[in-house]
Design a protein around this ligand. Structure first.
Ligand SMILES: [Zn+2]
Length: 241
């Protein structure tokens, strides 16, 4: 069984208090109460605790009397509600904050390697860096058991509504026929797909964020990175130079 939560539950779990399963026999209740009472009795040095003793005594008094029938009724309802609540919270997706979506290679990193000069195309940069994805989605280990939703900002072209892209003298778009803008692409990963370093390809050519708008990119490659808890500086090992 899992550990007891620090905040008090709205309904006391007397079975848990006496370290017993629901439906335990009267004999088991008595035996466990005696064992725990010997341990927590305020007169016992070191382990004695008035608070803990009152808790087990209250549990024992309820489960060893006629009140138990009524208690069990409420207990079952409470457990069912708690189970449902847990199912709902597990089925709700996690929407990642924008900071968890990063571009495959930072511009600074590319600049340092001399890959940002004019005439150097993204395709060529990829060849040099060996990076075959556009976006990295960072997921924490503890999140990898639920559906994860990432919002990926992408460049779009929006067809000019005034000229529908057909007037070279249009004053709204200056004759370009479209505007550059950006839209978030909502991408969902089911729990079964959440594996570290897994690559996903999304065909954007068939997908439109809204009418008159299309993504500039035709194919989007996304890499998942599942990160363990980042150790604190003093937990990390020595850093080599
Ligand atoms: Zn226009």
């Amino acid at each position: 069984m899992g550990g007891t939560k620090k905040n008090n539950p709205p309904f006391p779990d007397y079975y848990e208090t006496l370290e017993l399963p629901y439906g335990a026999t009267a004999e088991a209740i008595r035996t466990n109460f005696r064992r725990l009472a010997k341990y927590f009795h305020p007169d016992i040095p070191l382990t004695g605790s008035e608070e803990a003793f009152i808790k087990i005594f209250t549990a024992y008094r309820t489960l060893s009397s006629q009140v138990r029938t009524k208690y069990d009724e409420i207990y079952k309802k409470y457990q069912a509600a708690r189970f449902l609540q847990k199912q709902v919270s597990l089925s709700a997706p996690i929407v990642l904050p924008p900071s968890r979506v990063t571009f495959s290679t930072g511009i600074l990193d590319l600049a340092k390697r001399g890959l940002m000069r004019k005439g150097f195309r993204t395709k060529d940069r990829r060849k040099v860096t060996g990076i075959n994805y556009d976006i990295v989605v960072h997921i924490k280990e503890k999140e990898a058991i639920r559906r994860v939703i990432a919002l990926i900002p992408l460049t779009v072209r929006i067809v000019c509504r005034d000229c529908m892209g057909g007037d070279p003298h249009c004053s709204s778009c200056g004759g370009a026929g479209s505007y550059k803008s950006s839209r978030n692409l909502k991408v969902e990963f089911p729990p079964s797909t959440l594996q570290n370093n897994r690559l996903f390809e999304f065909d954007l050519s068939k997908f439109r964020p809204d009418s008159f708008t299309h993504f500039k990119k035709k194919l989007l490659r996304v890499k998942l990175q599942i990160e363990r808890k980042i150790p604190l500086p003093f937990e990390a090992g020595p850093v080599g130079k």
